[in-house]
Ligand binder design. Structure first.
Ligand code: UDP
Length: 195
């Protein structure tokens, strides 16, 4: 049950394992869901950008990312779910994917950052199945081509690292045609992983 903060829905996960459990259930059921990280910057943008607000609220999960979001929930709603950061959730999901055999697709960042991130993730999670990778710059390929690549890969999770709000608009535009059960916007995560 989500809690709206200034009109943007936040999913009050009680812990990382709670979030992973909900995402895992969607993957097992071969559902179709997507998640966005809600930080104060996105809430502010959504106040004046109705299309962004709609996309954020169409998400199945709005992660309580950032101290400011957790604080807003406490002050405005008297609720105190823990902060779930996008980057920590990413690493938790990668580890769980390696354990469960969920196939992952890495979309976004520069070609170099994307490739290095994939290599580093495999070094630390040797059983991880990275079934596809594509950078986030469409001068190299069309969105249709990327969606086809994702579908052919049979990915269970698509991590989309194009920064906000670009990745949210990308997900909204392509969620219907992507077969992967779960996708999530992860911002600058691949750059952090690739160093
Ligand atoms: N990016 C991309 N395609 C674009 C613009 C940006 O793939 O058209 C990537 C960029 O290379 C970087 C990430 O998106 O890896 C944005 O990172 P940033 O830290 O700015 O995002 P935030 O976490 O603040 O949303």
């Amino acid at each position: 049950d989500s809690i709206p903060v200034l009109g943007v829905n936040i999913t009050p996960f009680s812990s990382y394992s709670h979030a992973i459990g909900c995402i895992g259930a969607i993957i097992q059921a071969k559902g179709k869901a997507f998640s966005v990280a809600i930080n104060p910057e996105k809430i502010c943008r959504a106040l004046s950008d109705q299309s962004l607000k709609k996309i954020l609220n169409d998400a199945d999960f709005g992660i309580c990312d950032g101290v400011g979001t957790a604080l807003a929930l406490r002050i405005l709603k008297g609720k105190a779910p823990p902060r779930i950061t996008g980057i920590a959730l990413f690493f938790e999901l990668i580890q769980e994917a390696a354990r469960q055999g969920w196939k992952v697709f890495l979309l976004g960042a520069t070609p170099e950052s994307n490739q290095i991130a994939g290599r580093k993730l495999l070094e630390s999670n040797p059983s991880l199945q990275i079934v596809g990778q594509a950078d986030g710059y469409s001068q190299f390929h069309s969105d249709t081509e990327v969606v086809r690549k994702i579908n052919e890969s049979g990915a269970d999770i698509v991590f989309i690292a194009m920064g906000s709000p670009k990745q949210e608009f990308w997900i909204a535009e392509h969620r219907k045609t992507m077969n992967a059960p779960f996708c999530i916007g992860v911002g600058g995560t691949f750059d952090i992983v690739s160093g």
